[in-house]
Ligand binder design. Structure first.
Ligand code: SF4
Ligand code: SF4
Ligand code: FES
Length: 256
């Protein structure tokens, strides 16, 4: 007889959430998304009742788009790379819990609205301003060492796991979380982006900015892309202080 396990899912809509269990056959190498797809095809719960199919978000299925973030056994992570068998072995339990992220507004079942992350990226102008109407020739040279750092920062997929893990991101705090701060480091470190550095640092001087970080380092531990978030926070914190002094004494901008 095939081995079985249980997906215990916290589902529902705002104001009405409940746990529901589904028993599934253990399929080698299966991930959480594949298991959810099987439930979608046959939405029969552990009590044998046909229920509304569970809904969730997914896109790339290879840990690039960031859309499938959820709590798997209470840990914020991507469901597409969460393999069932190792999770059962690690937890020493045939029950796996799935729940929506808690730091974002719930839409339904495992789907949350992560718009706030994209709004924060707009606030810090997380892009390079270039005029694409004519050829500007080759871009400035960047050393291989610097490319390595910028590449690691560029892997952010706005998944929200860092905000979920951060105790400073909560209903009572305006703190925007570590991901946009790290994107400021990415774009301010780029030779083309440096000219807008002050504009990007400006929102980080407000209550929602860098002073909101309590430095307990949860974010860096859960980031699926291993982005050096706490290094970014330390680096941007120094830049914010320098920018504040420049603003105070109106020092002229200096290329570094
Ligand atoms: S280091 Fe800062 S941003 Fe990261 S989890 Fe701690 S408080 Fe949040
Ligand atoms: S920094 Fe990491 S955890 Fe945070 S949104 Fe980007 S990829 Fe996700
Ligand atoms: S589906 Fe894109 S990160 Fe999981």
């Amino acid at each position: 007889m095939s081995k079985k396990y249980i997906l215990r899912i916290y589902r529902g809509h705002p104001g009405h959430q409940y746990w529901e269990e589904f028993q599934l056959d253990l399929v080698p190498s299966e991930n959480v998304i594949s298991a959810l797809m099987r439930i979608q095809r046959s939405p029969i719960n552990k009590n044998g009742e046909r229920v509304t199919p569970v809904v969730w978000e997914a896109g790339c299925l290879e840990e690039v788009c960031g859309s499938c973030s959820m709590l798997v056994n209470s840990v914020p992570r991507q469901a597409c790379t969460a393999l069932i068998e190792p999770i059962i072995q690690q937890a020493k339990s045939p029950i796996i819990t799935l729940a929506p992220l808690t730091k974002f507004p719930l839409v339904r079942d495992l789907i949350v609205d992560r718009s706030i992350m994209f709004e924060n990226l707009k606030k810090v102008r997380a892009w390079l301003e270039t005029d694409g109407t004519y050829s500007q020739g080759p871009g400035p040279k960047i050393s291989p060492e610097k490319q390595k750092i910028l590449y690691s920062l560029s892997k952010c997929m706005t998944c929200g796991c860092c905000s979920e893990a951060c105790p400073q991101v909560n209903k009572n705090s305006p703190f925007m979380g570590p991901a946009p701060i790290s994107q400021v480091r990415l774009f301010n470190s780029h030779p083309t982006g440096r000219s807008q550095a002050a504009e990007r640092l400006s929102p980080l001087m407000k209550a929602e900015g860098i002073s909101g970080c309590g430095n307990n380092q949860n974010c860096v531990r859960v980031c699926p892309q291993n982005i050096p978030l706490t290094d970014s926070i330390a680096s941007i914190s120094r830049d914010v202080t320098k920018q504040m002094l420049r603003d105070l004494f109106s020092f002229p901008e200096r290329d570094e």
